[in-house]
Write a protein that binds this ligand. Structure first.
Ligand SMILES: [Zn+2]
Length: 94
């Protein structure tokens, strides 16, 4: 006589489900740790005036993530980038 697997209720299975057990296909789509964004310079935060690092996003747009006042500023236009370049102290990281 075959032994039957113990029946588990859907509730038990629900608690056993973990996101990382979703399957091998999903492994490739796991969000990677954010790659370190390249710092291109230092400028004054327009909000709190602290000196903050200027990073480059994946779309090659400068942005500030101010650690003092939590302001996030993206420089998406040509004019804002031009003004930023005038004020920004360029850092060479390589
Ligand atoms: Zn700030």
């Amino acid at each position: 006589m075959k032994k039957r697997k113990p029946n588990r209720s859907w509730l038990d299975r629900l608690f056993e489900l973990k996101p990382e057990d979703a399957g091998p296909e999903d492994k490739a789509q796991e969000p990677k740790l954010q790659p370190a964004l390249r710092q291109i310079g230092i400028t004054g935060c327009p909000i709190c005036k602290h000196e903050v690092a200027v990073f480059l996003t994946k779309n090659s747009r400068p942005f500030i993530n101010c650690s003092f006042c939590s302001a996030r500023i993206f420089y998406n236009g040509r004019e804002s980038m031009r003004l930023l370049k005038k004020k920004m102290k360029v850092v060479e990281d390589e």
